[in-house]
Design a protein around this ligand. Structure first.
Ligand SMILES: [Mg+2]
Length: 374
């Protein structure tokens, strides 16, 4: 019976090469929460999450003082039971936000550890639908200084040349007219057959403002409009879904099955973008995906293709992995010793045990330091 023998935690602060903008946010660097969980068999599982661009140390405190002590000395295979106990421990401190992200990272590490112990790649350990590759969309179209609508079109066309059948760009930062010019340039550059997703990153305040944009964008046939409003403004998502023929996608900052059930009951989303490194780990992500299947909805999980590729491969109602081609925005890639490849718009799954990669310790030590949970 393998027991959890040690846990290490690190917060890595990785600066972006270029200051990058979303609809209403500026990103200069990113903080990532990392964990390593080792069993008495000498097997190590890894987990991780994004913890924003300030105060990432909250993650370390949550792992060291709140959640890690629940796991030490316990059976690695009691994943559901340990989830329940960690959740109970988080009850007063954070059922969402950084504490739930810390729980997510530890839960991912347990699944990775157990799959490695079983000598199976994670997607097969979970029960695969797809064995070798999964469909992906290329994610980009950010705002950087000097980037024009024409440049966005060129970027999107570049992804299509690489083989992607679906691409995503940011929206909501410029005026409605300006944003229309960006979407028009993208659609003209990729042609009519490639799916074009739009991501607003909570940029609009109400359905009136959203429709000033979306009325113009409907002509370019977007596959979905992502995160039009604050994640807590479920009501506006539901009303927008009735006002536009563009499907509404959301939930990348969604925590736990109860929030997701509320979204679905309200008709607030046609596609769920639930992130396993946010919502409560692989354990909670699987529950949410199964619930979404009952509502006839597909999962398109948010960023971190490294963990979401095996989840999409093991989930019948999952449509796409979000794939970041380079390390400019998802600079987490710099912390890993092995990257997922894509071929013709599909991510090629790792076939080695667990997640199939490790942290690149030399890189991690440039951006953060490991400490042990006592
Ligand atoms: Mg997004």
């Amino acid at each position: 019976m393998p027991l959890i023998e040690s846990i290490e935690v690190c917060v890595a602060r990785v600066p972006l090469d270029k200051v990058t903008y979303l609809s209403n946010r500026t990103v200069v660097d990113r903080h990532y929460g990392l964990v390593k969980v080792r069993s008495s068999d000498g097997v190590e599982g890894i987990g991780f999450c994004y913890v924003g661009n300030a105060a990432g140390e909250l993650f370390r405190v949550a792992v060291e003082q709140l959640l890690g002590p629940v796991l030490l000395g316990r059976d690695c295979l009691a994943v559901e039971g340990l989830w329940k106990e960690m959740y109970q421990e988080a009850l007063l401190q954070g059922r969402m936000g950084t504490v739930m992200r810390a729980l997510s990272a530890l839960d991912i590490a347990l699944w990775d550890l157990n799959a490695r112990t079983a000598q199976l790649p994670l997607h097969k350990y979970l029960g695969a639908v797809e064995l070798d590759t999964v469909p992906a969309y290329a994610s980009g179209g950010y705002y950087v200084d000097g980037k024009t609508a024409g440049h966005v079109g060129e970027e999107m066309a570049g992804y299509v040349e690489l083989g992607f059948k679906a691409v995503k760009m940011k929206t909501g930062r410029w005026s409605p007219q300006g944003e229309e010019s960006r979407v028009k340039a993208a659609r003209e550059a990729i042609g009519p057959d490639v799916e074009l997703m739009l991501d607003c990153n909570n940029g609009w305040v109400d359905t009136v403002q959203a429709m000033q944009y979306l009325r113009r964008m409907e002509a370019y046939d977007p596959y979905f409009i992502e995160e039009p409003f604050s994640p807590d403004d479920v009501e506006s998502h539901a009303r927008l879904a009735k006002l536009t023929r563009i499907p509404v996608a959301t939930a990348e900052i969604g925590y736990g099955r109860w929030y997701h059930k509320h979204l679905l009951d309200m008709g607030a989303a046609s596609i769920l973008q639930t992130d396993a490194a946010v919502c409560g780990g692989i354990t909670e992500w699987k529950r949410i995906a199964a619930m979404a299947a009952g509502y006839g909805l597909q999962m398109c999980p948010h960023w971190f293709h490294d963990v979401h590729a095996p989840l999409v491969a093991a989930t019948p109602n999952a449509r796409y992995v979000e794939f970041f081609w380079d390390d400019q925005v998802l600079n987490f890639r710099r912390l890993l010793d092995r990257q997922l490849a894509q071929e013709k718009g599909r991510v090629v799954l790792h076939q080695t045990p667990g997640l199939g990669f490790n942290f690149d310790e030399a890189q991690v030590s440039r951006f953060g330091r490991w400490t042990s949970v006592a």
